[in-house]
Design a protein around this ligand. Structure first.
Ligand code: DX5
Ligand code: ZN
Length: 209
C-alpha cells in the first residue's frame, strides 16, 4: 500500500521541518481548496511554488476547486507528479486532456454524494481515481465506510476491462479504518491527521503501509 500524506493540517510556519517528519511518505498530498467548490480555502501556487526545492517526495495535487482548467499550468510549475480534479468541477474532460498533454498523471475524484457512474466516460483514459471517504473541505473527519462500495465497483471494472487507473482513497484513514481498505484493490491511501498529528509520524506511515 502506498501512502500519500496530506499536509493540509501541517504547521505552515515550519513547513520544511514538518515535511522532514513525514519524509518516508510515497507522496505529499496537496489539498488545494478555493472556498467555492468546498467551504474552505487552503493554499495555492504562491505557497507551494518552492516545495520542490525543499523535498523530493512526489507531489500529488488534489484540486478541490471550481475551475481547475485555469490552474493546471501552476500545478505543473510546482512539479506535480499527479494532478487530480473533481468530476463535479467545470470542464473536467478538457481539463483531464490538458493534464495528460503535459505528461502529468491525471486523476479524477468524486464527492460522497456523487454516483460512481458519473466517472464512466473517463475511466478508460484516466491514470488515477480518488474516492473521497469524507465530504471534501476539511481534515480530521470520520471515515465513510459505505463509500468503499465505489472502490469495489472500480476494482471490478478495472479487472473486467483491463483499465490502468490506480485507486486512491482519501479521508478519515487511520490504523483502524485502514482495515476496511486493505485487499479491496486500493493502491494508495491519503492520510492527514492520523500521520501529521501523530507523536511518531513515520511509525504512523508504516502502520498504513
Ligand atoms: C479533505 C482532503 C483530505 C483530508 C485528509 O478535503 O481531501 O485529503 O485532508 O485528511 P484526514 O486524513 O485527516 O481525513
Ligand atoms: Zn485530498
Amino acid at each position: 500500500m502506498k501512502v500519500a500524506t496530506s499536509i493540509l493540517n501541517c504547521d505552515f510556519n515550519k513547513l520544511e521541518e514538518e515535511i522532514k517528519k513525514i519524509s518516508t511518505s510515497d507522496y505529499l498530498h496537496l489539498d488545494v481548496m478555493d472556498g467555492h467548490f468546498v467551504p474552505n480555502i487552503s493554499f495555492g501556487y504562491p505557497v507551494l511554488k518552492n516545495l520542490k526545492n525543499i523535498t523530493n517526495i512526489s507531489l500529488d495535487s488534489h484540486l478541490m476547486i471550481e475551475n481547475p482548467y485555469d490552474y493546471i499550468d501552476d500545478f505543473e510549475k510546482i512539479g506535480s507528479k499527479i494532478i487530480t480534479i473533481h468530476i463535479e468541477a467545470n470542464k473536467p474532460i478538457e481539463t483531464i486532456k490538458r493534464i495528460k498533454n503535459k505528461g502529468i498523471k491525471a486523476g479524477i475524484s468524486l464527492k460522497p454524494n456523487t454516483k460512481i457512474e458519473e466517472l464512466l466516460p473517463v475511466l478508460e483514459t484516466i491514470d488515477l481515481v480518488l474516492v473521497m471517504t469524507v465530504e471534501p473541505g476539511f481534515g480530521g473527519q470520520t471515515f465513510m465506510k459505505e463509500q468503499m462500495k465505489k472502490v469495489e465497483y472500480l476494482a471490478k471494472l478495472r479487472e473486467k476491462h483491463g483499465y490502468k487507473y490506480v485507486i486512491q482513497v482519501d479521508g478519515g484513514i487511520n490504523d483502524e479504518t485502514i482495515d476496511f481498505v486493505r485487499n479491496t484493490g486500493v493502491d494508495i491511501v491519503v492520510a492527514g491527521t492520523y500521520i501529521t498529528k501523530s507523536k511518531n509520524p513515520k511509525k504512523a506511515i508504516e502502520s498504513l503501509r
